[in-house]
Structures are given as structure tokens and as C-alpha cells.
Design a protein around this ligand. Structure first.
Ligand code: ADP
Ligand code: 5GP
Length: 217
């Protein structure tokens, strides 16, 4: 029987805050409900509309430090003066079942995962805004952060953007529908990579056996 099991992908989306990662992640999850979202732990406070356990695990500094000390984080970093990290267990479980995991994390986390034992599974995508003024518009339009926080995020945006060239793919999020379509194409193509399909070798061997039996082709 054809073994069409794939190796799971770790799909990492990074961008400066406000460029559209969360919106695009939600759209990808809707497109393919088999994708699992890596719910990060964070010490930042919850925004209105966010749900503990769905958007993030909102934890104290003490809880976060313990998770790191206990080796429970695949990666972790300080972003905008708060701690963020991706719990390891759910990612390992998904990968062991050949399932894909979607990450919305910064460049530090992307680098750590890309240098980890799971590097062969990584598909990294950087989202650029169409302009810096539009980035500011989006942060303000989101209406979730105070003026000071928006200012701080804008000040840090170049730190994040400066890492764009370390990613496998870079997409400019101008029109949302078009960007979503581009991300879907990237994921669909990456799933078909030879290296992602370990069952191909068996299939080709079966074809060879069948071919060799047919002397009358
Ligand atoms: P991030 O997760 O990168 O911080 P969000 O997904 O929260 O960014 O997006 C920030 C704001 O910009 C949200 O209000 C979102 O609806 C809006 N947004 C995202 N992509 C686009 C786009 N292509 N055009 C216009 N607005 C967008
Ligand atoms: P926000 O506070 O807007 O949700 O996220 C702020 C930044 O932290 C974003 O760039 C987001 O991608 C990043 N981030 C969220 N979770 C993690 C994580 O688990 N690890 C790392 N390294 N960055 C994260």
C-alpha cells in the first residue's frame, strides 16, 4: 500500500509587530484545521479578546522561569520587555505524528528552532509590511495597545525587520487575501518536497518491482 505519510513541518511566521502574523495565522488555521498552532507562554498581560490557553498561556515570571529551568521550552526569548516561549511537548507530539505546527514567534525564536535538532522540519516565512507608515496604521487600528506600547513596538520594528534575510520565504503583506493565497501556496509546495515524503522510496521500489515483472511493456 502507498505510504504517503509526510514528515511534519514547523511553519514559523515572523514579522514586526502589526504586520499581520496573527491575522494570517488564523486564516491558515481556518484553511487547514489539521494545522496545530503552537500556543506560547508569555508574561505579558492579556489583551481584550484574547483567551488563556488559546492565544497564549499567560503566566507569571516565576512560572515562566520554572518552565525554562525544567527544560519545557523549545525556544524562548525576551520580546518588548516580556518573556515569550514555545512549549516543547506539543510540538514533539505533533511532529511524531507527521503533523504540521504553526508558530507566531520573533526572529530569536525562529533562529533557536532553526538551530535545534528539529531544524530539518523548519519552514520559515517572514512577513514584511508594505510600508512603515502602514505598519503604524495597523498597530493603531488594532486598538489593543496604549500609545506608549505602540510607540515602543514601532521603535523595535527595525530590529525585527533586519532579520528578514534569514528566512526561507519573505512575503509582503499588502493585500490580505493575496498574502493568504501566497502562504497557502508556500505550505502546499513545501509539503510536497521529496524530503518531506519519506514513503516515496518504498513507492518507487514497488514501481521498480512491478516494472521488472513486465517484460511485455
Ligand atoms: P501581528 O500579529 O503581526 O502583530 P495582526 O495580525 O494583529 O499583526 O495585525 C495588525 C492589524 O493589522 C490588525 O488590525 C489586522 O486586522 C490588520 N491587518 C493585517 N493584515 C492586513 C492587511 N493586509 N491589510 C490591512 N490590514 C491588515
Ligand atoms: P504579541 O505581544 O504582539 O502577541 O507578540 C509580540 C512578539 O512576540 C511577536 O513578534 C510574536 O511573534 C513574538 N512571540 C510570541 N510568542 C513567542 C514565543 O513563544 N517565542 C518567541 N521567541 N517570540 C514569540
Amino acid at each position: 500500500m502507498l505510504n504517503n505519510k509526510r514528515r511534519g513541518l514547523l511553519i514559523i511566521l515572523s514579522s514586526p509587530s502589526g504586520a499581520g502574523k496573527s491575522t494570517l495565522s488564523r486564516r491558515l488555521m481556518k484553511w487547514d484545521p489539521s494545522l496545530s498552532f503552537s500556543v506560547s507562554s508569555t508574561t505579558r498581560s492579556m489583551r481584550s479578546g484574547e483567551e488563556n490557553g488559546k492565544d497564549y498561556f499567560f503566566v507569571s515570571e516565576e512560572e515562566f522561569s520554572k518552565q525554562v529551568a525544567d527544560g519545557e521550552m523549545l525556544e524562548h526569548a525576551q520580546v518588548f520587555d516580556c518573556s515569550y516561549g514555545s512549549p516543547k511537548k506539543p510540538v514533539e507530539n505533533a511532529i511524531n505524528h507527521g503533523e504540521d505546527v504553526l508558530f507566531d514567534i520573533d526572529w530569536q525564536g525562529a533562529q533557536q528552532i532553526s538551530n535545534s535538532a528539529l531544524q530539518e522540519h523548519v519552514l520559515s516565512i517572514f512577513i514584511l509590511p508594505p510600508s512603515i507608515s502602514e505598519l503604524k496604521n495597523r498597530l493603531e487600528k488594532r486598538g489593543q495597545d496604549t500609545h506608549d506600547i505602540v510607540k515602543k513596538r514601532m521603535e523595535k520594528s527595525w530590529d525585527e525587520i533586519s532579520h528578514w534575510a534569514g528566512y526561507d520565504y519573505v512575503v509582503i503583506n499588502d493585500d490580505l487575501d493575496k498574502t493568504e493565497a501566497k502562504l497557502k501556496s508556500i505550505v502546499a509546495a513545501e509539503r510536497l518536497r521529496r524530503s518531506q515524503q519519506p514513503g516515496l522510496l518504498d513507492h518507487v521500489r514497488t514501481l521498480q518491482t512491478e516494472f521488472e515483472k513486465h517484460n511485455d511493456l
